[in-house]
Design a protein around this ligand. Structure first.
Ligand SMILES: C[S@@+](CC[C@H](N)C(=O)[O-])C[C@H]1O[C@@H](n2cnc3c(N)ncnc32)[C@H](O)[C@@H]1O
Length: 236
């Protein structure tokens, strides 16, 4: 006679797995909702420009990211443009900065700032919470600065962003090591969510001056992206 216990155990495992898969909330494209709080959008800037300049925030970030003249970069969640107006001279006339946000009024303010400063290498992009709507195979680097915790659909956004990198392109994320509801992202949670979409963490270090950490990721190669329905959300 066949022992009963292994088949009961197998059935239990299958039903638990099915129940877990069914419990995951997914959007129409099949991407899971994040299994953690998402911070509210409250401001187009993380901290005052004076305070950030004082601690040399962009110098630290650009040096870690290896930003050079001629590169094409994207600032996702550009807000009032603290990074945009500093990235523009850093990549120079042969480079380009895609300044993206989902808030039309923030983008309108940024458009006026870019026009006032006559920044000819900046292109403004209106994205959505799950799609930054950036050109394909264009980017040497994409920046998510103090905004990851506000992304309502991180899995969809990261998945759609992956096709926008050139070979060797990098995703650069700066955030505070705090719970998302307190406007930060614990590094282990960030690594888990990025890995779920195929991004690999290459380095992470703490920035000086209370700016938080910078984490640099290699995006998944085309054809190595997981199907949306197979992505399981990280618990955070
Ligand atoms: C705290 S502000 C930071 C702005 C700027 N990066 C900085 O460092 O000052 C967060 C920005 O992210 C934007 N944001 C939130 N969710 C977004 C998403 N899914 N895609 C693009 N931008 C988003 C907000 O509209 C806001 O402008």
């Amino acid at each position: 006679m066949k022992p009963l216990l292994p088949s009961v155990l197998a059935l239990l495992l299958v039903t638990t797995g099915l129940a877990q898969a069914q419990a995951v909330r997914r959007d129409a494209a099949g991407f899971p909702a994040p299994d953690r709080p998402v911070a509210e959008i409250v401001s187009p800037i993380w901290a005052s420009e004076e305070e950030r300049d004082e601690v040399k925030e962009t110098e630290q970030v650009f040096s870690a990211a290896g930003i050079k003249p001629g590169q094409t970069v994207a600032d996702i969640g550009a807000g009032s443009g603290y990074y945009v107006v500093r990235l523009s001279p850093a990549v120079g006339p042969a480079g380009r900065v895609y300044a993206e946000d989902i808030m039309p009024d923030y983008l309108a303010g940024l458009k006026a700032r870019v026009a006032r400063m006559n920044l000819a290498n900046v292109t403004l992009v209106q994205g959505t919470a799950d799609d930054p709507k950036l050109p394909k195979a264009a980017l040497d680097a994409a920046f998510l600065i103090h905004m990851y915790h506000e992304i309502e659909q991180p899995y969809g956004l990261l998945h759609r962003l992956a096709g926008s990198f050139k070979p060797g392109g990098r995703l650069i994320i700066t955030d505070l090591d705090r719970r998302p509801e307190n406007h930060g992202t614990p590094p282990a949670l960030l690594r888990c969510e990025l890995a779920a979409v195929g991004y690999r963490e290459l380095s992470r270090k703490t920035l000086t001056g209370g700016v938080g950490y910078i984490a640099i990721f290699e995006p998944p190669a085309p054809g190595r992206l997981p199907a949306p329905q197979t992505i399981m959300p990280c618990k955070g």
